[in-house]
Ligand binder design. Structure first.
Ligand SMILES: Cc1ncc(COP(=O)(O)O)c(C=O)c1O
Length: 451
């Protein structure tokens, strides 16, 4: 299993040939994810057992049955949830990192990759306006990053104000679902601030705190830089002073929208982000990295280290290195792959200007789509897009009509575009991200709502 024998040679040829073909797909087909489990059981029958199988046979089952049973988020036709669009460079380098089994746990074990990852984190911190001392690590996703950051927020509050029984965090009503999960796991409660226009503002938070009977139990404030459902950036500039005034840890969740920092046309909307205590952006979303990759940054990484560092006799040695930076100290994890490296490689190959242009392309698609919707009498634009999400309604339609339309689009492999709800109403939603999504596809999708 570990030597380079004839079977290994065979696998290298066939697996790399498969990977090459996948990398050359342009565009990537949409396919569909869900399958009858009985059909999958039949396809996989007998493969897992005491005896091994010919690798080409196993690869054949993967290629014919498993790979097509994936809705490809990197297809330009994937316009639901939050899509993905990893660059070819990032995908290739991800393979290399896997082949070399590159980990990124500690400075002792992997100073080279950790240093390169830190340069990418620095690049993001500079875009966010965070100080030179800011730093962090890459984790698996926005949910893991939110959990790790809010654990630090809670510990920080505990140290500053001992004796509080149960801590609370101020959140807008449009915060991502992972924030609610995080609070449950950390045994904190939410002070939910209603946002009539879905954008959290300093005034709304101030009013909620003023009306609250127990503001001393508030540990932090979560703002969203790009809500998932509508792409709205909270008013960070007005939130930062309120957080400072009430000694609240300011966490900015830019898992989806943080990438907009690289786009000159929307950059101004992030004013105030430079005051964040922690900030998250997911490169596996709009910074064109493969799964799974989220960048987590702290204004004062020493605080994070004091919460997340793991101590054990056998680990003492990793905490005793000159120039040490251990990614494992900055989030809830120990072993980790150097998952920032594909992004590092791709950024070095393409340069940040290409990234800015690709991000602007998705924002441009959202703006053109909004104009297209306004021009059609049977459609209504729900709000002007801040980023790359467009919400709209088809006049007269009931929820079942949206579902039938979306099912038809997927059945015909035109697009994946599930409806969402907005203020209790089922509506249409485009989430743009792939720079190769053509406007003609958008028109075709909207044409299918006419009549
Ligand atoms: C704003 C926001 N926060 C957090 C998350 C969770 O990120 P992940 O799915 O990488 O855990 C998402 C996912 O879409 C998001 O949009």
């Amino acid at each position: 299993m570990h030597s380079v024998d004839r079977t290994t040679e065979q696998m290298i040829r066939s697996v790399l040939a498969y990977a090459e073909n996948r990398l050359r797909l342009d565009p990537v087909p949409l396919d569909r994810g869900s399958r009858d489990p009985a059909e999958l059981d039949l396809a996989l029958a007998g493969l897992l057992g005491e005896e091994g199988h010919n690798p080409d046979q196993v690869l054949g089952v993967y290629a014919s049955m498993l790979a097509p049973a994936v809705l490809s988020a990197d297809s330009p036709r994937f316009l639901g949830f939050i899509p993905a669009a990893p660059t070819k460079a990032a995908l290739l380098f991800d393979m290399l990192i896997s082949c070399a089994s590159i980990q990124g746990i500690s400075w002792l074990e992997a100073a080279g990759p950790v240093h390169a990852e830190n340069q990418v984190l620095r690049l993001i911190a500079d875009q966010a306006g965070l100080p030179a001392t800011a730093g962090g690590c890459f984790v698996s996703g926005g949910s893991a990053a939110n959990l790790s950051a809010l654990a630090v927020a809670r510990e920080q509050a505990k140290r500053a104000r001992p004796g509080v029984g149960r801590w609370r965090i101020v959140v807008g009503s449009d915060a991502h679902s992972s924030i609610g999960n995080t609070l449950r796991l950390l045994e904190m409660d939410a002070l939910v601030v209603p946002t009539p226009d879905h954008r959290l503002t300093g005034a709304a938070v101030r009013a909620a705190i003023d009306a609250d009977g127990d503001p001393g139990t508030l540990a932090g404030l979560v703002a969203t830089a790009g809500t998932t459902n509508a792409g709205i950036i909270d008013d960070l500039a007005s939130l930062a002073p309120v957080a400072a005034e009430h000694r609240l840890w300011l966490h900015v969740d830019g898992a989806y929208g943080g990438a907009g920092l690289f786009a000159p046309s929307v950059r101004g909307a992030y004013a105030g982000l430079e005051h964040a205590d922690s900030f998250v952006v997911d490169p596996h979303k709009w910074l064109f990295a493969p799964y799974d990759c989220a960048a987590l940054l702290y204004r004062d990484p020493a605080l994070a280290r004091s919460v997340h560092r793991q101590d054990a006799g056998y680990l003492d040695v990793i905490h005793d290195q000159p120039g040490e930076w251990n990614p494992t100290d900055y989030a809830y994890h120990l072993t980790r792959r150097a998952r920032g490296m594909p992004l590092w490689f791709s950024l070095c190959v393409h340069g940040t200007r290409a990234y800015a242009e690709a991000i602007e392309t998705a924002i441009g698609l959202a703006r053109q789509t909004a104009a297209e919707i306004r021009s059609r009498p049977y459609l209504e634009l729900i709000r002007e897009p801040d980023l790359s999400v467009v919400l709209f309604r088809r006049t007269g339609w009931q929820p079942g009509d949206y579902t039938a339309w979306a099912d038809g689009l997927l059945d015909d492999q035109v697009a994946f575009l599930p409806p969402t709800t907005w203020e209790g109403e089922t509506v249409g939603r485009f989430a743009f991200l792939h720079p190769h999504t053509p406007m003609d596809l958008v028109r075709q999708i909207l044409d299918r709502m006419a009549g």
